[in-house]
Design a protein around this ligand. Structure first.
Ligand code: SF4
Ligand code: SF4
Ligand code: FES
Length: 243
């Protein structure tokens, strides 16, 4: 029989160890406006200093605090316990689809390597002696690029994507969203190369449009829409013989 936690106390199971680790249960006092990151921080500072986890800004900007909370990937610094604790219980685990280093810390290398593989860095065409490119904030091009630019690299979408689980080579929603943002950036000069990078078997065509990335993105971005845009851009480039 599962015991209900005492009133004012959260029963929190936290992943300990590497991929073959196990959950450990902690009792954590409830606080008003408590976030999941507050809960993890309480455990690390007041109960077990060996608990490994990652955070930086605590205000939803750095993207480093994402974990799996009651089975769902979330940014923990902006996730209130009230919204997610079921019957006063929380389960906190590392992000899915990434190697676990220890406890709640995953190795983000392959996630960011895929940004590089998708040519996710800006390549300008102008030299520093030329005037700045001027892109009107209300131009359709700018608005298309803006739709994906607020990504904080948290990997919540990557962790939510079943295609990444089935095919570890898949570039994934965040890298493809980044590629799409650059494809829409009229100042960028590397689009032929970028479209070739995302056109392969592990690129945009592997997306099954499940929408989990879009449902879970804490910044309300739509990698699914960006990936659909990439599919169209790849097709156009292929028909023109540019790939
Ligand atoms: S829409 Fe594509 S990238 Fe997003 S979760 Fe589904 S399969 Fe993954
Ligand atoms: S697209 Fe959203 S969920 Fe994915 S890494 Fe960027 S901010 Fe996080
Ligand atoms: S700690 Fe920076 S986004 Fe959560």
């Amino acid at each position: 029989m599962t015991m209900e936690p005492a009133k004012g106390i959260l029963s929190v199971q936290v992943w300990r160890g590497g991929a073959d680790g196990a959950f450990q249960v902690f009792q954590v006092p409830r606080q008003p406006s408590q976030t999941v990151l507050d809960v993890v921080t309480y455990i690390q500072r007041s109960v077990d200093a060996t608990l490994a986890y990652r955070f930086a800004c605590r205000v939803g900007m750095c993207g480093s605090c994402a974990m799996t909370v009651n089975g769902v990937p979330r940014w923990t610094c902006r996730t209130h316990v009230d919204k997610v604790a079921e019957g006063g219980a929380l389960s906190i685990a590392p992000l899915r689809n990434l190697p676990v280093i220890r406890d709640l810390v995953t190795d983000m290398r392959e996630f960011f390597d895929k940004w590089a593989a998708a040519k996710g860095s800006f390549k300008g065409a102008r030299s520093k002696t030329e005037p700045f490119a001027q892109v009107r904030p209300d131009s359709p091009e700018r608005m298309r690029a803006d739709a994906g630019i607020e990504c904080i690299g948290c990997a919540v979408c990557y962790s939510a994507c079943d295609v990444v689980s089935w095919n570890p080579e898949y570039l994934g929603p965040a890298a493809l969203n980044r590629a799409w943002t650059l494809v829409c950036d009229e100042r960028d000069a590397a689009n032929a190369e970028r479209l070739r990078a995302v056109a392969g078997d592990a690129g945009c065509h592997a997306c099954h449009t499940h929408m989990s990335c879009t449902e879970r993105c804490p910044k309300h971005l739509s990698p699914t829409a960006g990936i659909a845009g990439l599919k169209r851009a790849v097709l156009r480039a292929a028909l023109k013989g540019d790939l």
